[in-house]
Write a protein that binds this ligand. Structure first.
Ligand code: ZN
Length: 66
């Protein structure tokens, strides 16, 4: 299991387990929030958590059409 650990202050830390249902991103073009499958996105070995952006289905379709 993997999780995100966020320190709020000296007494409080929030731990959130990562699942295939609670990982989201924002589309860099339209800002829409949508769920992503990190295994699928990062599985190519060339991506990283900080520098990788994922377009939503609608923007991806527009880009592919061009
Ligand atoms: Zn979009």
């Amino acid at each position: 299991m993997f999780y995100v650990k966020t320190k709020i202050n000296d007494e409080t830390t929030i731990t959130t387990e990562l699942t295939d249902e609670n990982i989201f991103t924002h589309c860099p073009k339209c800002g829409t929030e949508f769920p992503v499958d990190l295994v699928e996105i990062l599985g190519d070995g060339n991506s990283d958590l900080f520098g990788t952006a994922v377009y939503c289905a609608e923007c991806s379709a527009k880009i592919i059409k061009k």
